[in-house]
Design a protein around this ligand. Structure first.
Ligand code: ISL
Length: 573
């Protein structure tokens, strides 16, 4: 953990765990901005940095503390910025470095912070390092990527790309294979090369010197690959080969070095995106001697995978969701720190996924807000989640922009003998990353007020009813509820630091948990069903209502009569 970022002026408390060391990033609410789709200031149909600057007062009003900005670096945009060609330049469609500096200044002037997306598992094939590397094996950059000499007809091993197909491409120029865990134009960097590591640290320090407040580290637990590149186990690995490079052999060595050489020298927050990670590993990553402040894990977002995996829709149950998230709540209590999120730019919209997005849209979206903002850990809100934005529809595969969806869907249809898009449409509409990438819905004007031009991706059809302007004028809206819950979290430290206990772990419809610290004791009750439900009081205590997503919920805690998707927070006496 970034030790010198920890403020130890914490109030007296009966609990003396490491997690009670106060830190700004534990108390912060993070808001994620996907620049492609947030706000377009110049009418080219693509969001940009000036567009974000126009909305800084919006973010301030909502009450968030930190912005995580998805990649804005120079890039061919094969994977919407996760293919970086120059780490120290801004992609032209997004603006200039001066625009970016104005953004940072505008955020800091409003007491908000900025964390940048650090993508160092791979670069774009257009990065100078790769261009040089493929041209000159003996040159300065010859060993910056993972190259294997050999027969062009024989893959070096059976590893699979996250985007479908083999993780290897044969390069005619260098006459060798190179590894890419993602798209073929996203070659993996060779972290065993000390010169590469130096260059990465230098680049990170350049951004830190510019005054940023931390990093979200893209697929960071994939950077260490074993030298001998052994075959993976197709039956047990989520991605064949993953067993060898997820949390690979030198991962702690590399991240420890990165921590020491870069962010530990600044007052930062760091969150590492982890392909797969268990609670014990997360403790190692985020505990006292761990290199990071927190990690993103996806266990709860895999509960709805079907027997065929991610491109198959399975049934999730509330009992499993509570168990999965609960394990992270309690498992990182004495050491480490959790993150809490339901959405990001790679995930479908949560209200469509976990609840229902029509009949009880407002109730469902506010129910999820209640959980997001009252669990232990740092909460992350993805743009539009504060409105309850929903999944979208795709008439055909040609409407899909996302490279992950396009490649994986083609491959899955092929593998499973599915002949027409129509047969697969429900899965695509449920799962595609594009669900999160439709333009932000600002108002009821054409293209939802996102752009004056033609948007790079169509807006969701529901923008005339579901948009910022509408929700800000309606005091009962999802947006207002988010704002209220963000305020509540800022006022009540027990929501940040307090212990967590699930009071009804086996209940299939109700999630009821307590959060306590010192004298404070809170109960959160959420009905995940679309129908009314009765339950006895889940705790042996009386309580007073603090807030609810229904405005006439009874003030005193007693036996519960919960309406569809009703959520309540009580102070316990
Ligand atoms: O597991 C997933 C979804 O459940 C993946 O989408 C996973 O999150 C992803 O493959 C890793 O994501 C990150 O790195 C990718 C980039 O395409 C994603 O947008 C980014 O978040 C490659 O850089």
């Amino acid at each position: 953990m970034a030790t010198n970022s920890t403020d130890t002026t914490g109030e007296d408390t009966e609990v003396t765990t490491e997690s009670f060391d106060r830190a700004w990033w534990k108390e912060a609410v993070v808001y994620q901005i996907y620049p492609w789709s947030f706000n377009d200031s110049d009418g080219d149909g693509v969001g940009d940095i000036q567009g974000i600057i126009e909305k800084l007062d919006y973010l301030d009003d909502l009450g968030v503390d930190v912005v995580w900005l998805n990649p804005v670096y120079e890039s061919p945009q094969i994977d919407n910025g996760y293919d970086i060609a120059d780490y120290q330049a801004i992609h032209e469609e997004f603006g200039t470095i001066e625009d970016w500096e104005a953004l940072l200044e505008g955020l800091h002037a409003r007491d908000m912070k900025l964390i940048m997306d650090l993508v160092v598992n791979h670069t774009s094939s257009a990065h100078e390092w790769f261009v040089e590397s493929r041209a000159n094996p003996d040159g300065e950059y010859g060993d910056y990527y993972i190259w294997v000499d050999g027969d062009p007809d024989e893959y070096p091993n059976n590893w699979e790309s996250f985007f479908g197909g083999p993780a290897w491409t044969y390069d005619e120029q260098r006459e060798a294979w190179y590894l890419h865990l993602f798209h073929s134009e996203q070659p993996d960097l060779n972290w065993e090369n000390p010169d590469l590591r130096e260059d990465v640290y230098e680049m990170m320090n350049w951004w830190l010197e510019k005054g940023i407040d931390g990093f979200r580290l893209d697929v960071i637990n994939l950077i260490s690959k074993p030298d001998d590149l052994p075959d993976g186990d197709p039956d047990s690995d989520l991605w064949t080969g993953g067993g060898h490079y997820i949390n690979g052999p030198n991962i702690f060595k590399h991240l420890g070095e990165m921590h020491d050489r870069t962010f530990s020298n600044y007052d930062t927050m760091t969150v590492g995106e982890m392909a797969t990670v268990d609670v014990a590993e997360a403790r190692d990553y985020t505990g006292v001697n761990g290199p990071l402040d927190m990690v993103f894990n996806f266990d709860h977002l895999r509960l709805d995978f079907g027997p065929e995996g991610r491109w198959d829709v399975g049934e999730w149950s509330l009992v499993e969701l509570k168990e999965t998230l609960g394990e992270w709540q309690t498992g990182l209590l004495s050491e480490g720190w959790p993150s809490v999120f339901f959405e990001n730019h790679d995930q479908p919209r949560s209200v469509s996924r976990f609840c229902e997005d029509d009949r009880y849209h407002r109730e469902a979206a506010t129910l999820l807000a209640t959980v997001l903002l009252t669990l232990r850990g740092t909460p992350y809100i993805y743009q539009g989640e504060e409105l309850g934005m929903t999944n979208t529809s795709f008439e055909s595969l040609s409407e899909v922009r996302d490279v992950d969806t396009i490649q994986n869907v083609r491959e899955e249809m092929d593998r499973r003998g599915i002949e027409t898009y129509e047969e697969f449409r429900d899965v695509v509409e449920y799962r595609s990353r594009d669900n999160a990438r439709t333009p932000m819905q600002w108002d009821a004007s054409e293209h939802a007020g996102f752009t004056d031009g033609e948007p790079w991706m169509p807006t969701n059809d529901n923008y005339e009813q579901l948009n910022v302007e509408e929700e800000r004028t309606d005091p009962d809206s999802v947006w207002h509820y988010y704002r209220e819950l963000i305020d509540l979290r800022h006022e009540r430290n027990v929501l940040v630091y307090g212990d967590y206990k699930d009071q009804l772990p086996d209940d299939e419809a109700v999630w009821a948990y307590t959060r306590w610290s010192g004298e404070e004791n809170l109960l959160v009750v959420c009905n995940f069903a679309a129908e009314p439900i009765q339950r006895p009081n889940p705790v042996d205590a009386t309580g007073t209502l603090i807030t609810s997503n229904y405005d006439d919920a009874p003030v005193d805690l007693g036996p519960l009569e919960l309406r569809p998707y009703e959520a309540r927070v009580y102070d316990l006496q």
